[in-house]
Structure formats: structure tokens, C-alpha cells
Design a protein around this ligand. Structure first.
Ligand code: RM4
Ligand code: MN
Ligand code: MN
Length: 397
């Protein structure tokens, strides 16, 4: 049944009020490919600038109360940097979000971090993870997102099974130090930087490690970390069913881990993922899934790309909320394939922008966040102010 206009507006308001997505601090910094890095005058090079930019995105979209932090880039002195971050939280009205240990930049990690054959290097990596957990505790930030670059490039050069054992051991130790409200999210990725084997290559490996580590461990799905034809929403459905879905790193891709803007290549895939989550909620599953963005804006303006991403997420989340699930369940049950597909596609094709504009108006948000960003002069201002200092390029390719 098609909703009346006023029922759709009410549903839109409830849906959008509840929708929050975390933005990454590194999305505001200069990054690039492993070839040229094209620096932007207004790119953030300090954690203060990242918080300032995040506050703009929150002001424009109303949906991004937290900022994901990468320990090495944002808290280079570990727990000692916590008071400074807390001051920024207060000053900019943005909270610290997930904490991301960095296990891929130090020279010691050439042959791996938590899976390195050297016990000393494994210890160093574990100590960094434990520090990151401590940072999370002090900041009151719930999720620790662990991504490892570990793997090998050539067959026969490493014992894959020994490395599994080392990883299990490290994650169990890390899990034991979590505060009761903290979670350990384990991210997988099929390849890159390793090109023969990656120690946590897919969701099955993450799921096993999460179960082994303990009750507070979950799987983190980065949408860019799959082979090209993989059915990501099916993985999501399995993780929902098994209670192991902890969160997402959203981005889009055409080839590999491209870190392009969410929904820029395949918005229908985002819709299908969002549908699985909302269907699970309406089926009564208790979910606690963190929505995070993990993108690298190499060519687009960084704040502009972040705002565009959040707006796209709001649009697609609302489309998924407009699926008539009761009717869908009935046509699924009777195997009326075309009716089911048309109902599903119909929600995807619906232009929800007027509904979102109406919601923004009632919440005192700019009706067109991208236009407001252009008009408010913030980007020009930071381009001027930040142009004078040495431009820092993050090593993140
Ligand atoms: C990895 C992975 C991690 C991210 C790093 C920078 O590919 O997606 O989540 O923190 O890149
Ligand atoms: Mn990621
Ligand atoms: Mn990635």
C-alpha cells in the first residue's frame, strides 16, 4: 500500500532523526594514490582542524555526531593526547568516535603486526592495541576498529596456520582488557597491502576471530573489502542472523578498495545492505550496528565530499525505510517474484529528496547542505588560513 503524504513525512522524520553515521578524521586530510598526491590548500593537517571540519558537516547534515580517530595520525602521543582531544570535543560539539589503531606504518611491521613471526614485533603491535583500548576508555568511545595489513606476498614464505594462532592469542588478550561497554570490531580485507595471502581475508575469518576473542567482539564490514562480484548484503544477512555484525565502513568502489564516495558507483548495493538491516530490525532483532564512513577524498573537496556522502546515506537509508515490508513478506512467501522485485525496486527509485528537505526544514537544518556549504564561505576561509602552512600528506595511500 502506498503511504499517504503525511504518513510518509512522519516516517521520514522518525527515520532521519534516528539515523547517525560516523565520519573519518582522515577524510579531511591530504591523501592520494600510491602515485601522485595532489594536496588541497584547505586539507586538515591537525586534529584540531579535523574536528573543526567535522563540526561543519554536523551543522550541515545533523547526522554526524562522532568523528573516527586514527591513533597514530590523531593521537601520536597515545593516552597523553586524550585531554587535548577532550578539549576539542567540547569546543566543537563533536564526540570522538571509533578508535583505529595503526598497525601498518611502523617499519617493524614489514612482515606483519599481530601476526609477525617475531614475538617482539607482535608484542609491540599488541601494546599499541592495548593503548588504543585505553584511549577508548578515557574518551568514552565504544568501538575499537582493528584492521591489520598482515599477510604475505609469496607462497611458502609464511606459515598461515601459525599466524592464525598468534592472532587468536593477541585478540583474546586485547579483548580481556576491554571495559564492559567497549567492543572490538574486527575488519577483513581480501588483499592489499599483501597480495598472496591476507591474515584476515574475509568475513568468515573475522567471525571466527570474533567468536574466539570473546562476547564483545564483532565483525566490521568495509564495503570496499570484497571481490568484485561478492554479494555483500548476503554477508550482512548472515552476520545479522548470527549476531556478529558490529559495524560498517561505508565507501564505494569500482575495482578494489577504491574508497570512493558512498553510492557513487552502485547506490542500489547500499540500498540492498540498508534493507537487510532495517528488515532485521522490523523482524525484532536487537541490533547495535555502527555506521562509519571510510573514504579517501583525493580529487573532490574534502568537506564537500563528506557532506555529499552523508546526504547520500540519508537518502538511501530513507528509501530503504519506505519498503513496505509486510507486503514484501507476503509476496516473498507466495513467490510472486516480479511483484516482490517491483516493490523492492520501487522504493529504491522513489525520489525522497522532497521528504528530506521537509525534515531538514522542521529541524532547522539547511535545506540544501551542499549549497549552504558553498554559500557559507567556510571552505574559502580554511583555504586561505591553511594555505600558508606546510601541507602535510598522510601516508595513507
Ligand atoms: C584500510 C582499512 C582501514 C583503514 C585504513 C586506512 O584499507 O579500510 O579501515 O583504517 O585502510
Ligand atoms: Mn576500513
Ligand atoms: Mn580499506
Amino acid at each position: 500500500m502506498k503511504l499517504s503524504e503525511s504518513a510518509a513525512l512522519t516516517l521520514a522524520s522518525q527515520t532521519l532523526d534516528a539515523f547517525k553515521i560516523e565520519i573519518p578524521s582522515w577524510g579531511f586530510a591530504n591523501t592520494g594514490t600510491r602515485f601522485g598526491k595532489f594536496v588541497q590548500a584547505g586539507a586538515a593537517s591537525t586534529v584540531e582542524e579535523k574536528f573543526a571540519d567535522a563540526a561543519q558537516v554536523l551543522r550541515l547534515t545533523g547526522a554526524t555526531p562522532t568523528l573516527a580517530l586514527h591513533v597514530l595520525w590523531d593521537l601520536p602521543h597515545g593516552v597523553n593526547d586524550v585531554p587535548a582531544v577532550q578539549a576539542l570535543e567540547r569546543r566543537f560539539g563533536v564526540r570522538a568516535g571509533s578508535i583505529n589503531p595503526n598497525l601498518f606504518q611502523d617499519q617493524e611491521y614489514k612482515f606483519g603486526s599481530l601476526c609477525n613471526p617475531s614475538a617482539a614485533v607482535r608484542q609491540q603491535a599488541l601494546a599499541h592495541v592495548l593503548d588504543s583500548i585505553e584511549i577508548g576508555k578515557l574518551l568514552g568511545s565504544r568501538d575499537l576498529s582493528v584492521w591489520l595489513p598482515d599477510g604475505s606476498n609469496y607462497p611458502g614464505t609464511q606459515s598461515i596456520r601459525k599466524r592464525i594462532g598468534w592472532l587468536e592469542e593477541a585478540l583474546c588478550t586485547a579483548h580481556a582488557t576491554l571495559a564492559p561497554e567497549q567492543r572490538l570490531l574486527i575488519e577483513y580485507k581480501p588483499f592489499e597491502p599483501a597480495f598472496y595471502h591476507t591474515d584476515i581475508a574475509d568475513w568468515g575469518m573475522s567471525a571466527h576471530l570474533a567468536r574466539t576473542a570473546g562476547d564483545q567482539a564483532r565483525v566490521l564490514v568495509d564495503t570496499g573489502h570484497h571481490y568484485a562480484t561478492q554479494n555483500i548484503e548476503q554477508i550482512v544477512a548472515w552476520l545479522l542472523h548470527t549476531g556478529l555484525l558490529g559495524g560498517f565502513h561505508f565507501n564505494d568502489r569500482r575495482y578494489a578498495d577504491d574508497d570512493l564516495t558512498l553510492g557513487s558507483i552502485d547506490p542500489y548495493q547500499v540500498f540492498r545492505i540498508f534493507h537487510e538491516i532495517q528488515a532485521a530490525t522490523s523482524d525484532g532483532l536487537q541490533l547495535d550496528v555502527a555506521f562509519m564512513i571510510d573514504q579517501s577524498h583525493n580529487l573532490k573537496g574534502k568537506i564537500e565530499a563528506t557532506v555529499q556522502t552523508v546526504v547520500t546515506a540519508q537518502e538511501i537509508w530513507l528509501k530503504a525505510a519506505l519498503v513496505d515490508r509486510e507486503r514484501l513478506a507476503s509476496v516473498q512467501q507466495s513467490c510472486d517474484l516480479v511483484a516482490a522485485e517491483e516493490l523492492f525496486r520501487g522504493a529504491f527509485w522513489r525520489d525522497v529528496r522532497p521528504l528530506i528537505a521537509a525534515w531538514r526544514e522542521t529541524r532547522g537544518l539547511p535545506i540544501d547542505p551542499l549549497a549552504e556549504l558553498r554559500e557559507c564561505g567556510y571552505v574559502e576561509r580554511i583555504n586561505r588560513e591553511r594555505a600558508t602552512r606546510e601541507s602535510a600528506v598522510s601516508s595513507y595511500a
